[in-house]
Design a protein around this ligand. Sequence first.
Ligand code: KG4
Ligand code: ZN
Length: 343
Amino acid sequence: MAEVILGIETSCDETAAAVVAAGREVRSSVVSSQVDRHARFGGVVPEVASRAHVELIVPVVAESMVAAGAEGSDLDGVAATAGPGLIGSLLVGVSAAKALALVWDIPFVAVNHLEAHLYAALLEDPELEMPLVVLLVSGGHTLLVVMEDHGRYRLLGSTLDDAAGEAFDKVSRYLGLGYPGGPAIDELAALGDRTAYRYPRPLVQENPSTMADDRRFAFSFSGLKTAVVNHVRSDPDALTADVAASFQEAAVEVLATKLRWALESTGAPGACLGGGVAANSRLRERFGEVCDGAGVQGFLPSREMCTDNAAMVAAAGYWRLRHDGPSPLNSGADPNLGLGFLV
Ligand code: KG4
Ligand code: ZN
């Protein structure tokens, strides 16, 4: 049985490699962020990202192997993120993983990046009880998923337009706070008044039972972003810290409300957060309140585990390998890889 897996993650602007045993014991996890290379462009530039992955992939993988004290002969498989993500970036990780699988004569397993994110919390707390409601909020995705068992997930809802992190990044850019926007807004919001302006809370109504199923757990952040932009245009004297705090409050209230509804509707005994936006201070605070209010176990993974890393890829790869066996070496990367792993 495959036990020790090398995971590789290159779907966006982090080059990462990790060695994980039995899908839960992290022996090493190396993440090289490219954020400095992209900051001056105000966002991730795909060609810059692919070139950086090409430069970094060998040293990052080597460092993860050395840190774990592992050699190729100690590994039972190589997992790589095959999508969704930037195609040039994905190809670097997938090609490296296949080459290593061939050289070491061990299975290759393609991993869906979103399935990997679902494993992040379990890596830090393997005792988490399932079913587990996972609120996955990143720069590319906003999903509410019930993790019923390994490999068995139910999608409750996702965003109809912008992802939560995307809204933070766009509002930050408009306010001149820079990239990445989430941490900038979070920091400034601490100095502002979150009740200063009442921005819309899209798709959140008083009584969720009056909402159609496909809207109750759906998200929409594009209108909120536009409301903030329109307000600042019409009121240029508004304090930026108050705008940041009020925007953050609206976005977090939507996320927290849908999480509460999901816990009420599923009766799940636990919940966790995942994705880069899970680092948000106000969301972390509200998450605790929602879990306490619902009487469920809430788990907040560390920031390192919430953002892109390869330990979560190795963990998801371990379970995929046990479930479905190796992926064929002619399987490619897919920038639009969907939610087919969800039921
Ligand atoms: O999961 P992630 O590292 O990358 C992917 O998108 O897959 O998430 C990055 C996103 C960015 O949109 C960033 O602005 C947001 O997470 N983010 C935050 C915070 N830290 C990162 N958003 C709100 N508050 C934060 N403290
Ligand atoms: Zn991610």
